[in-house]
Design a protein around this ligand. Structure first.
Ligand code: NAP
Length: 297
């Protein structure tokens, strides 16, 4: 029977740490504040907005919800993000994506000040992930995978990690973050040949493909650690991951559940990034020579 890598203990440990830091910020007169920018009212955006707002409330992080009409033109979306970048009372921003097809998403993302880019959507943040830099933040889901592995003391140095999926939200950034931690990483995708064999050889397998229960027992071997990033619905409308949990769990050494795994930790990472952004803003404001003006305003 595999060890269950549940998200709840990770979230609870993070909440303890964040609680102390948020208290210190409030003592200094700073209320960490997260902006949630949504265009339209897609059910999954609304659902994530509720989850994020609830987690923020639990931690005493303020939330500003900015909701734009589903037909909001490019100019209006750009103006909303520019306002967030310039508002000194906002420390972090989550922009729900994808934006409607008639909005140039890349242009909108680049209007977000990297210091508020808590979900790694700007080129500056992503550039840092790929160059081991310190600008902005990595995407929250990728960071949640690392947080999960660290919480459960899963060794990374010299280990072979297979990442299935190469998106800029999960697959590529988590691969770079693992490389930074001295793991040896193989990145796979829909055109990879012999995927079952490649996965079976790994110490750690991270599945981020968006294919409901597509990874059965044939992909895994005893002792492996499996992170299931997928958030999918099966043909009965039931929430499930990319991994066929019931048949894989008896084979591997440790596995994350869906729900209750990576997704749970992701929301906490968003909050942690917001607190870190608030701390950085406060430190900048306290610098004696601080005539700092964001180039995004
Ligand atoms: P995405 O942009 O659609 O990327 C999916 C990746 O999977 C692509 O690189 C694709 O390969 C690869 N893929 C698709 N079919 C494959 C196959 N048969 N064999 C091997 N690789 C295959 O998705 P995403 O945004 O990265 O999200 C992936 C999953 O994670 C989704 O279920 C999403 O809901 C979930 N997710 C969870 C969280 C969380 O907090 N837990 C956050 C974000 C996303 P190609 O590049 O060749 O097309």
């Amino acid at each position: 029977m595999a060890t269950l890598l549940a998200g709840k203990p990770v979230v609870e440990r993070m909440a303890l740490d964040l609680g102390a830091r948020i208290h210190a910020l409030k003592e200094a007169g700073v209320v960490p504040t997260l902006a949630l920018v949504r265009v339209g009212a897609r059910p999954d955006d609304l659902s994530y907005e509720r989850t994020a707002a609830k987690r923020a409330e639990t931690l005493d992080i303020a939330v500003r919800s900015i909701a734009l009409d589903e037909f909001a033109p490019q100019q209006a979306v750009e103006a909303a993000v520019r306002d967030v970048s310039c508002d000194e009372g906002i420390h972090g921003c989550l922009l729900f994506r994808p934006l409607p097809s008639f909005v140039n998403e890349a242009r909108v993302c680049e209007l977000l000040a990297p210091e508020k880019d808590v979900d790694g959507i700007t080129l500056a943040s992503l550039g840092s992930v790929f160059t081991d830099g310190h600008t902005g933040f990595p995407p929250c889901t990728a960071a949640a995978c690392i947080e999960m592995l660290d919480h459960y003391d899963v060794p990374l140095v010299g280990k072979h990690v297979v990442v299935v999926g190469r998106s800029l939200v999960v697959g590529k950034p988590v691969s770079m973050m693992l490389l930074r931690r001295n793991a040896s990483v193989t990145i796979c995708h829909s055109k990879t040949e012999h995927l079952e064999d490649i996965c079976r050889e790994a110490d750690i397998v991270i599945c981020a493909t968006g294919r409901a229960r597509a990874f059965g027992a044939a992909y895994f071997s005893p002792g492996q650690t499996v992170l299931d990033v997928g958030i999918n619905f099966d043909t009965h409308g039931k929430l499930c991951g990319d991994v066929a949990f019931d048949e894989v769990e008896p084979v591997v050494g440790a596995i994350t559940p869906v729900p209750g795994g990576i997704g749970t930790v992701t929301t906490s990472v968003t909050m942690a990034h917001t607190v870190q952004a608030a701390e950085a803003a406060q430190a900048t404001a306290e610098e004696p020579s601080s005539g700092y003006a964001s180039p995004w305003c």
